[in-house]
Each structure stands twice: as structure tokens, then as C-alpha cells.
Design a binder for this molecule. Structure first.
Ligand code: AMP
Ligand code: MG
Length: 328
């Protein structure tokens, strides 16, 4: 199959909407990462997502809506908390887990009775959904690889496997959405993201962040390691250990690179490095693009520890998974 990259426009959105209605896949831009979408109500179309990505069947997809007002089309027994969250965070990088509506095939939810719902902020995503169907979509990468934040990243992974990539420019947020489970007794963050616990606490009385081993069937997606670059990747606890690891790698004949927020040039010296930026939102926006560029050129990636708080903590959640929890 030939894969074309097309600039998002009213014309290309109409073409993409036709593909979706015919049961085909379209990769589309959102503010978090690029998504690989199919008609959420069409089981055969949804099956193609798993095939193209090489994704395990028990990893559920997120249903993307053009407005939170459509939530009843895909979920039931919707609590008031959903509407309170929707007012503040939708459209935006927040995914909410609700009770599954009967219209949603189990293939979308990996057999579970819950469905994850999100309203993306990027206007092209909402236009595509509004002119076709609610879209079941994971990130538009090969399973286990890093999520794409440009149309080109998407093409690099899925060329030949899908008919169309809509190019809406780079993603502004740069990491996957926050996933919040509203079917738990206390609203529970299953995956940290741009919308942090503190932000959610402005709307909800209590929020907990899930930590620990997955036993429950309703969040099967969490057991998979995502986000890994193709080369050896480690997290450095400190600047010193980062430099030491770099020098060790070089002494072993490797070609490493350091990824860090900012630093004095004296610190990094002639060592290969990528600066993500000082602002947490720049770190989030640039992290995947930096890893995807680095894996093409270098054979070891050493990433600075950005800390545990807020958005940087969410970025760190992804980085730790990328590194398979290897620390130096
Ligand atoms: P991706 O963003 O590519 O990782 O794909 C969607 C992710 O959303 C899954 O891997 C899960 O982490 C999460 N998700 C989707 N549906 C559910 C659900 N019903 N319950 C919990 N998490 C979910
Ligand atoms: Mg993914």
C-alpha cells in the first residue's frame, strides 16, 4: 500500500473522512502525539489498527470525540465529575475512563467494560471526527516504539501500512494524554500527562495516582512498555553520573548522546548533546523528537533526570519506560 502524507486542509480532511467511513485507517495530528484512527464503531476497521501497529490485542484504544457532548454515544452511567472535567479540560490532553456504551465493540476496549474517551484540542483532529465518526486511536507508531510528534515520524514507522497521514504540524504537548479512571472509587490517574494531579484537584475533591502492579482487567494497556528508542537508553540520576556514563560509553568505542534541559557549554564540552529547553512545556514538546532523532545517529542515549513534579514528572514517567528503568 502506498502511504501519502497530505497537509491538513478542508479538502484533505474530506478525503480522510471518506477513508474512515470506508473502514480504512488515517493517521492524524493531535496536540499530544499523532494518532492512528479508525471508525470506533467498525470492528473490522479497528482490527486494522492492531495489525498495522503490531499491537497486542489486549491493549485498549482511546475513543476520540469532536465534542464532549457526544460522550453518551460511546459511554453510559456517566458521573457528574465527567462533565465538571469536560468543562475545564475538553478539548485538551485528558482522557477519561468511563463505563463502556453498548455501541462500542470490545475490540476497542480490549474486552473490558470500560472505555477511554478524549476530545483532542487540535482543530484538524476535531474536524476529521466531526466530518466522519468517533475515532478509536492509539499513537501512530509501531508497537513499543516512541510515539510520533510529527507527520514525518509517523511516516517513518507506518509507511506502506496505511493509506494516509494528515500533516498538521508538530504536536504542541508532545507526550500522550493523562488517563484518569472515573470508574474507580476515587478518581485515579492511570497514566500521568500534561494535565497533572494538581490541575485535576481544582475540579475534583480527591485524585490518586496509580502505582504498582496491574492486576485489574480494566486497565490492561498499562502493562505494556511503550516509548522505547531503538538504541540502549539510560536515565542519569545526576549531572555527574551523566558525564561519567558518557565517558564510559566513549571509552568502550560507542557513540553516545546526552539529552538534557539546558546546561552551560562548559559542562557538556565536546560531548554530543541535545537541549530540550528550560520550560517544562518545552521539555514535554521536544522529548520524543529528540529521542527519535538520536536513535538514528547515536548508539546510546543518556537522559537527564527531570524530577518527579508536575509535567516534568509526567515526562519522566515516559523516559523511565524508554530506558526500561535502567539508571546510572
Ligand atoms: P496509547 O495512547 O497509544 O498508549 O493507547 C491508548 C492507551 O490508553 C492505552 O495504552 C491505555 O494506557 C489507555 N487506555 C485505553 N483504554 C483504557 C481503558 N478502558 N482503561 C484504562 N486505560 C485505557
Ligand atoms: Mg502508544
Amino acid at each position: 500500500m502506498e502511504t501519502k502524507i497530505v497537509k491538513a486542509s478542508n479538502k484533505s480532511i474530506a478525503e480522510a473522512a471518506n477513508l474512515i467511513k470506508k473502514g480504512e485507517l488515517v493517521a492524524f495530528p493531535t496536540e499530544t502525539v499523532y494518532g492512528l484512527g479508525a471508525n470506533a464503531f467498525d470492528e473490522n476497521a479497528v482490527a486494522k489498527i492492531f495489525e498495522a501497529k503490531g499491537r497486542p490485542q489486549d491493549n485498549p484504544l482511546i475513543v476520540h470525540l469532536s465534542s464532549y457532548k457526544d460522550v453518551e454515544k460511546v459511554a453510559k452511567d456517566i458521573p457528574d465529575a465527567f462533565y465538571a472535567l469536560a468543562k475545564k479540560f475538553m478539548p485538551g490532553p485528558l482522557t477519561v475512563v468511563l463505563s463502556k456504551g453498548d455501541s462500542v465493540p470490545y475490540r476497542v476496549t480490549a474486552g473490558g467494560e470500560t472505555v477511554a474517551v478524549r476530545v483532542p484540542k487540535k482543530k484538524w483532529a476535531r474536524k476529521l471526527i466531526a466530518s466522519s465518526m468517533p475515532l478509536a486511536a492509539p499513537s501512530a507508531n509501531k508497537s513499543k516504539h516512541i510515539s510520533p510528534t510529527t507527520a514525518k515520524h509517523t511516516y517513518d514507522d507506518l509507511n506502506g501500512l496505511i493509506p494516509m497521514v494528515l500533516d498538521g504540524g508538530p504536536c504542541e504537548v508532545g507526550i500522550e494524554s493523562t488517563v484518569l479512571d472515573l470508574t474507580a472509587d476515587t478518581p485515579t490517574i492511570l497514566r500521568p500527562g500534561y494535565v497533572t494531579e494538581d490541575m485535576l484537584l481544582k475540579v475534583l475533591h480527591s485524585v490518586v495516582t496509580f502505582s504498582g502492579k496491574i492486576k485489574i482487567a480494566k486497565s490492561p494497556g498499562m502493562k505494556y512498555t511503550h516509548y522505547a528508542p531503538k538504541v540502549y537508553t539510560v536515565v542519569a540520576k545526576t549531572r555527574e553520573s551523566m558525564l561519567a556514563e558518557y565517558d564510559r560509553a566513549v571509552s568502550e568505542g560507542k557513540n553516545p548522546v546526552m539529552i538534557l534541559r539546558t546546561a552551560d557549554e562548559k559542562v557538556v564540552k565536546e560531548r554530543h548533546h541535545v537541549f530540550l529547553g528550560k520550560k517544562p512545556s518545552d521539555v514535554s514538546k521536544n522529548i520524543y523528537a529528540a529521542m527519535l532523532a538520536a536513535e538514528k545517529v547515536f548508539d546510546e542515549i543518556i537522559i537527564e533526570n527531570f524530577g518527579e513534579k508536575g509535567l516534568l514528572g509526567s515526562v519522566m514517567n515516559r523516559v523511565e519506560k524508554s530506558a526500561g528503568h535502567k539508571e546510572v
